[in-house]
Design a protein. Structure first.
Length: 108
């Protein structure tokens, strides 16, 4: 297990970034996150998670071109890094290992 930490919300955001690949930007991440979880989230929380993960090296960002429909502003796109993928793989492995330890009992 690595020395990096990843909270549940950050893990979900990172999974969405990986799933969207080169089409991952704030609003797209938010919409996919809400669709997948059935919960509402604040765009600021998504941006904060992305900033923290970029600081840790889990994602990298680039800016798209200027568009008129965005009032001259550019979208900031995110992609998962090799380190970010490694962290997701470790999280998946850990959760799977622990889940497999649940006894085969009936909850009727």
């Amino acid at each position: 297990m690595s020395d990096y930490s990843l909270g549940e919300f950050q893990e979900l955001v990172l999974l969405i970034v990986a799933a969207l690949h080169k089409e991952a930007y704030g609003v797209a991440i938010l919409k996919n996150l809400e669709q997948e979880t059935g919960k509402k989230f604040n765009i600021s929380a998504v941006h904060m998670a992305l900033k923290r993960m970029e600081d840790k090296g889990f994602v990298e960002s680039t800016y798209g071109g200027i568009t008129n429909e965005r009032g001259g502003r550019r979208k900031k796109y995110y992609v998962i890094t090799a380190l970010g993928k490694k962290i997701l793989d470790e999280q998946f492995s850990l959760r799977t290992r622990i889940y497999q330890k649940i006894p085969k009992i009936s909850f009727n």
